[in-house]
Design a protein around this ligand. Structure first.
Ligand SMILES: Nc1ncnc2c1ncn2[C@@H]1O[C@H](COP(=O)(O)OP(=O)(O)OP(=O)(O)O)[C@@H](O)[C@H]1O
Length: 607
């Protein structure tokens, strides 16, 4: 553990006393367990501190955070921190991401920003900073995003025209003086809204005073002949009508093109109960809002790019519709358009902060979000292989690529690790609330990776129609409508059963009988036909029977009726890793015979 960094953080904590208690204590490992703290790979230094919305109060004590000299990310947004910008932050030479927005800071901004050469993203908005904005910002050659909005800054707008890296700037609602420089005009007008623009000098001052006795020159047309005047009027009308016709034609063509190339078009959105893209854009611009990216996010698009992107509906879920959007630079992202959000802006943002703050290889990272009155969006990486649900149940035809046992184990262990990590968040209280195979993907190592967490907290409790989560929902949730970490364990158990049986949680037989997976597995096991439950695709592998039975027992322990008899996610990780480790120690599973081997897809083909 980085002992010095640990001491500095404990001193910081003892003085700031957050209202939400953090699990930081002397005896636990900073790098492994402390909420909001990330270390470098060898665990020798703290490189990121993220404590958004934890109720930090008062001034940042000097000589605490500044001792974390390897710090790259500092996010203390949405707290109640007061006082001046900490002068000793100059010690944080590696700082790249600084988020102090929504606090009660006051006084001047740093006079020399160039001490932080790596600064990439700075957000000091929504505080009480005053004084001028230093020109030294123009020396931050890596700066991509700068927000100083909603402060009391005055003086000239600094010249940042040299910063080719800058992609987002927001200086709005300050007492800065215009005129708005040319370089700033390449950003949307919301970036400089509320700035007092000095009108260009009144020309009459420099003009010689008029001679009141001199007769006002007559307007030229009055001197023209009546015919010539009429001709002139007609010509002007023709030009105006042609210009109008041209504008209308361009608008029509643009609309036609949009329909044609599969963008998030009127039809698609309206069919899904949405609005036309034009309205979509303008409503968002009205709201004067932008996408909020999380620290370390390497995407460089903005809301407008997203709305311009070609889009395809991936599916409609409990909380809204998810689109695949392909941006102009060919990046694909998944955009979830939420419906029935009950939380207000601040609560929504705080929940997004919690979700986006989870950086774990088995949790799908929330890259950005957007909140306005009419639209709430969440942006994730797009997983081209599709979800575990589609890998298991999709394409059952001839070209099906079977999911081999090893991959199923990696999916199960990976997802369990991800959920276990989620359960540590928010002082060990965060609930995923929507675990199902369509929310589990394969990460770059082909381990399970969970998505769609923490949304129940911001949704209207009446929102999810009963049928959507059916099959995964723990019995107690049906009654109380309240999910918990132990109901997550139940849902995870259902996913395990899906992986073992290859069957959907609720499916119909050929005779249209509705089968509930959990009940079906119980009945088969009760009749001692255990071998019958396993997916026929798995029977081609030898030496895995024992593991399958052990995994089945683990799954059954998750889906017991009484919540307090279910294991915790961290126990499940250990139990399943033991099963996996025994397999690794024994021989690799082989096809049963040469003949069967030829029927089996080669490992490289298998997912
Ligand atoms: N990041 C992503 N990459 C690829 N596909 C995704 C991504 N996120 C969601 N999907 C897919 O999009 C579809 C719709 O997802 P969505 O999360 O909206 O609904 P769902 O998973 O079916 O239900 P729920 O809302 O209850 O989670 C699903 O098939 C899901 O697997």
């Amino acid at each position: 553990d980085p002992v010095q960094d640990k001491r500095a953080l404990l001193e910081f904590l003892s003085i700031m006393r957050p209202t939400r208690s953090l699990n930081w204590n002397e005896s636990s490992s900073v790098c492994k367990t402390w909420t909001g703290v990330t270390c470098n790979q060898d665990g020798s230094r703290v490189i990121a501190v993220r404590l958004p919305g934890v109720g930090l109060n008062g001034q940042i004590p000097p000589n605490t955070i500044s001792r974390l000299s390897a710090l790259r990310v500092l996010s203390l947004r949405s707290n109640r921190i007061s006082g001046q910008f900490p002068a000793d932050f100059v010690e944080l030479k590696d700082l790249a991401f600084l988020y102090l927005q929504y606090n009660d800071f006051s006084g001047p901004l740093p006079s020399d920003f160039s001490v932080w050469k790596n600064l990439t993203s700075v957000n000091l908005s929504n505080n009480g900073f005053n004084g001028t904005v230093s020109d030294s910002l123009s020396r931050l050659t890596r700066l991509q995003s700068l927000s100083l909005a909603n402060n009391s800054l005055s003086g000239d707008i600094p010249d940042l025209s040299v910063l080719s890296t800058l992609q987002h700037i927001d200086l709005s609602n300050n007492n800065l003086n215009g005129p708005i420089p040319n370089w700033l005009q390449r950003f949307p007008s919301s970036s400089y809204e509320g700035i007092r623009v000095i009108p260009p000098r009144d020309l009459s001052i420099s003009q010689p005073p008029r001679d009141p006795t001199r007769q006002k020159p007559k307007a030229h047309f009055l001197g023209l002949s009546k015919t010539l005047f009429l001709l002139l009027v007609i010509a002007v009308c023709i030009v105006a009508v042609s210009a109008l016709a041209f504008v209308l034609a361009v608008c029509y063509l643009r609309r036609k093109l949009r329909h044609g190339d599969g963008m998030i078009s009127d039809n698609k959105l309206q069919k899904k109960g949405g609005m036309s893209p034009e309205k979509f854009v303008s409503r968002m611009e009205d709201a004067n809002n932008r996408l909020s990216f999380f620290e370390g996010c390497n995407y460089s698009f903005d809301l407008e790019d997203l709305l311009r992107a070609s889009a395809e509906v991936l599916g409609k879920g409990t909380f809204g519709t998810t689109y695949k959007a392909v941006l102009e630079d060919a990046t694909s992202v998944a955009v979830k358009r939420l419906k029935d959000v009950a939380a207000g802006k601040r609560d929504f943002e705080q929940q997004m902060e919690i979700i986006g703050g989870i950086k774990h290889e088995n949790v799908v990272e929330l890259k950005a979000y957007y909140y306005s009155k009419d639209e709430k969006l969440m942006v994730y990486d797009y997983f081209s292989l599709g979800s575990v649900a589609s890998l298991l149940h999709g394409n059952r035809g001839e070209n099906r690529i079977p999911l081999d046992w090893e991959t199923r184990m990696k999916i199960a262990i990976g997802a369990a690790k991800g959920i276990s990590r989620i359960h540590e968040e928010n002082n060990g209280k965060l609930v995923h609330g929507n675990i199902k195979s369509s929310n589990i993907f394969l990460n770059s190592e082909r381990n399970g990776c969970v998505s769609d967490l923490g949304l129940t907290a911001v949704m209207s409790p009446l929102a999810p129609p009963i049928s959507r989560q059916a099959g995964y929902r723990a019995p107690e949730v049906t009654d109380t409508r309240k999910s918990s970490q132990l109901s997550d364990v139940y849902s995870f158990g259902v996913v395990l059963l899906e992986l073992l049986t290859g069957k959907s949680p609720i499916h119909t037989t050929a005779g249209d009988e509705i089968i509930h997976l959990v009940r079906w597995v119980h009945s088969v096991v009760r009749e001692e036909w255990t071998a019958e439950v396993f997916d026929i695709e798995l029977l081609r592998y030898t030496n895995i029977e024992e593991e399958m039975v052990e995994m089945l027992q683990i799954a059954m322990s998750c889906v017991v009726k009484a919540p307090d008899q279910r294991p915790r996610m961290s126990d499940l990780v250990r139990l399943m890793e033991n099963v996996g480790n025994r397999r690794a120690a024994s021989l690799e599973p082989k096809p049963k015979s040469e003949n069967e081997a030829s029927e089996t897809s080669t490992p490289s083909e298998q997912i």
